[in-house]
Write a protein that binds this ligand. Structure first.
Ligand code: HEC
Ligand code: HEC
Length: 265
């Protein structure tokens, strides 16, 4: 038997140890960077490259291509800020009222309360209106009607409209209607097994989280449609996918009862 040098390629031990190290590395890369990220929920939303970056722990801005916020399918580009919640100057609200009368009341109602399945805007938090209109403008939130409406609004129009609608009186709940049905458990208690926080901890009742819309009195069809759209990922403009992650865990019956509950209030 011939003797080879320890580090010679013709030494089978040396050759196979190198090949097995390479093989293991390739397999680990495939699993960690391709396979695992690809089975995560939002894989297709941001593409393979974003998934690889996320798997490697790279901060999002590095992996993101500059046009990402503009691409349909990406999440929001709006960074919420407490300053957005301050009621605008009366001049801003006055200008917003004029714009609303010309462009919005036919669908959202004269006083911001709609009679159809269009969402109410009266008393909606200013930062919510700002964020949602901006998301329609950039295409981060898809809606043929609202994207066409928002495209024609300037940044100032958007903030004036937000100031105006935030000042309008909310629908006053009728106490009989509110008492007419059961309170779904998720409204007030979290479900730790499914990683769902109570709705009231963000949407008012217990606490209000910046950017979480006022839901009480919204049309039931609208609420159910939005929850379903979050669940399927069709709507994906919620920062950090917080609504998508929860909505995905809800059954159709839960969506129906939650939408019914908020619509009754
Ligand atoms: C032709 C009817 C129509 C007109 C006109 C219209 N909207 Fe809408 N609006 C809708 C519909 C329908 C939706 C729900 C779209 C969806 O499912 O995302 C909506 C959604 C919104 C939302 C999101 C509400 C929420 O709770 O997330 C805001 C904000 C909004 N509209 C503001 C406006 C403003 C401001 C104007 C006027 C400049 C306007 N809309 C004009 C039909 C209309
Ligand atoms: C961690 C905070 C948080 C919790 C808990 C939460 N939400 Fe949300 N929700 C949000 C935020 C923030 C948005 C706005 C997302 C965006 O920016 O478009 C939202 C949006 C929504 C919308 C869309 C409303 C509109 O007008 O567009 C509905 C409907 C909704 N949530 C229902 C629920 C229900 C029902 C629950 C309880 C099962 C719940 N949410 C729990 C934070 C939360």
């Amino acid at each position: 038997m011939r003797e080879y040098g320890t580090y010679s390629w013709r030494n089978p031990w040396f050759r196979w140890s190198i090949l097995s190290v390479c093989g293991t590395t390739v397999a680990a890369v495939m699993v960690g960077f391709i396979w695992l990220p690809s089975v995560q929920g939002d894989f297709s939303a941001q593409g393979l490259w974003a998934s690889i970056c996320r798997a490697a722990g790279v901060p999002q801005e590095w992996g993101e291509r500059p046009d990402n916020a503009q691409r349909a399918g990406s999440t929001t580009s709006v960074v919420l800020d407490q300053a957005m919640t301050r009621p605008g100057a009366s001049e801003a609200a006055g200008r917003g009222a004029t714009l609303a009368l010309q462009q919005c009341t036919m669908c959202h109602g004269v006083r911001g309360v709609s009679q159809t399945s269009v969402p109410n805007l009266a008393g909606q938090y200013a930062e919510v209106i700002l964020k949602q209109l901006t998301d329609y403008r950039t295409g981060a939130r898809a809606s043929a009607i609202m994207q066409a409406m928002a495209k024609n609004l300037s940044a100032r129009d958007v903030s004036d409209l937000a100031a105006y609608y935030a000042l309008l009186a909310r629908l006053t709940p009728s106490s009989e209607a509110a008492a007419a049905g059961p309170v779904p458990p998720l409204v007030n208690s979290a479900d730790a097994m499914r990683n769902i926080a109570s709705c009231a901890s963000c949407h008012g009742g217990v606490d209000h989280k910046l950017g979480a819309p006022w839901l009480d009195g919204m049309p039931k069809e609208y609420l159910a449609l939005q929850l379903t759209a979050f669940a399927t990922g069709e709507r994906r403009n919620d920062s950090y996918a917080q609504m998508r992650n929860m909505a995905r865990q809800l059954s159709a019956a839960e969506i129906d009862s939650l939408a019914g509950f908020y619509a009754r209030r």
